[in-house]
Ligand binder design. Structure first.
Ligand code: SF4
Ligand code: SF4
Length: 96
């Protein structure tokens, strides 16, 4: 990549509960932009777990979450995280 090429910004990210992961690789196999890979590390059960690589390719589509049989991973779009934050900051009006 040349120096003046715009750097890519990730549209989302993933959360991984690594101790639940069984290393089946479904999330890695089905990630559309191929931005998941196994960690070099092992969890306590002896399995490699997924990490983002390269992180900037993640769209937050959550297909990894749909395919994981153990709910050990899920993806979130950054715009949804921001919306949740804003909603939480908006006071709720209760009519009398
Ligand atoms: S959220 Fe989508 S793009 Fe990101 S790692 Fe999961 S499947 Fe891949
Ligand atoms: S699909 Fe779930 S259990 Fe399988 S490797 Fe991914 S996170 Fe681990």
């Amino acid at each position: 990549m040349s120096d003046d090429a715009p750097s890519k910004k990730a549209k989302g990210t993933v959360f991984v509960r690594k101790e639940i992961c069984k290393g089946c690789s479904y999330c890695i196999d089905f990630c559309p932009p191929h931005c998941l890979a196994f960690s070099d590390d092992y969890n306590a059960k002896g399995y490699h777990y997924p990490v983002l690589s390269p992180a900037e390719d993640c769209t937050g589509c959550d297909l990894c979450g749909l395919y994981c049989p153990d709910f050990a991973i899920f993806g979130v779009k950054y715009e949804d995280i921001e919306k949740l934050r804003q909603d939480a900051a908006t006071p709720v009006r209760v009519s009398a």
